[in-house]
Design a protein around this ligand. Structure first.
Ligand SMILES: Nc1ncnc2c1ncn2[C@@H]1O[C@H](COP(=O)(O)OP(=O)(O)OP(=O)(O)O)[C@@H](O)[C@H]1O
Ligand SMILES: [Mg+2]
Length: 266
């Protein structure tokens, strides 16, 4: 039995009158792949932002290796081994694929130190170490050949994979992924799933938000389902696919029909 790496306890966040996340508790086991699913607006990204330190909850706690992250700054959280990708791609246009991976290290440092990555004349040694690591990551991702391309010229699928690369450079223990496979075609999705599995096999825990059920059901050990900010179910893929409350709130009757016709793995 693995031990708990991340424990969310009674997390609540409101925006005005809207309770986006409502008394949410769940635990992520070390070295697992844990998915957070639910309808649009159910509070998934808000939850991730609270874990990453980008939003302060109204109440509740986020325990990571038994340390409360609430009110910790994002770059300190990153330095503790927790990195993330964003729902909307946040690459730096005008910079190459390689530079965008290298810049991922900045979440480990206060922002003024980012200068040392950009300005090669300073801190050359650190820059070379980071560059070597970034090239290793580009090789792993199958993107070495496009390392010198400006990111705005890259295909969307490559940009999504690069986001993952940027999360890898800080040697994370846990990566938070917000819809990493959104907009990928089926073959790109299959490649992406393979990358996630390899990353996980290397001992990195993944907490991912995803709407592609083929991805979620294929790779997740545990799935937590949100609806209107509340947890409505939590189990492994098989159980979740057969849970009436999840089908009613999210998966929909068409999913049930497909499953009955054998088009979805049950
Ligand atoms: N900064 C904000 N200010 C006001 N309301 C917000 C803010 N961020 C999120 N919300 C609202 O909180 C609710 C939860 O949003 P959230 O982005 O967490 O949903 P989500 O589950 O990630 O949805 P999606 O699947 O569409 O990405 C939504 O109703 C959203 O409009
Ligand atoms: Mg979201």
């Amino acid at each position: 039995m693995n031990k708990t790496l991340l424990q969310i306890k009674n997390l609540t966040k409101s925006f005005g009158g809207l309770v986006a996340v409502n008394d949410l508790s769940f635990s992520v086991e070390e070295k697992s792949i844990h998915a957070l699913i639910g309808p649009n607006g159910s509070g998934k990204t808000t939850t991730l932002n609270m874990i990453a330190g980008e939003l302060i909850p109204d109440s509740g706690s986020v325990l990571y290796q038994d340390q409360d992250l609430v009110k910790s700054k994002p770059h300190l959280i990153s330095r503790m081994g927790l990195s993330r990708t964003f729902q909307n791609i946040r690459l730096f246009s005008g910079m190459t694929a390689l530079e965008n991976i290298m810049i991922g290290i900045h979440r480990n440092y206060p922002s003024h130190i980012v200068d040392f990555i950009v300005n090669i004349s300073k801190a050359k040694k650190e820059e070379l170490i980071i560059k070597e690591k970034a090239i290793e990551i580009l090789n792993f991702l199958g993107l070495y050949r496009i390392k010198d391309e400006k990111v705005e010229n890259l295909a969307y699928g490559n940009q999504k994979v690069l986001e993952l690369g940027r999360a890898l450079i800080s040697n994370p223990k846990l990566i938070l992924l917000d819809e990493p496979a959104a907009g990928l075609n089926p073959s790109e999705r299959a490649d992406f799933v393979n990358l996630l599995k390899q990353i996980n096999n290397n001992g990195i825990t993944l907490l991912l938000i995803e709407h592609n059920m083929d991805v979620v059901m294929d790779i997740s050990n545990t799935i937590t389902v949100l609806n209107f900010g509340k947890k409505i179910a939590e189990a492994g893929p098989k159980e979740i696919q057969n849970d009436d409350s999840v089908i009613d709130a999210y998966l929909g009757s068409s999913y049930r029909k497909k499953k009955e016709q054998g088009e979805v793995d049950a």
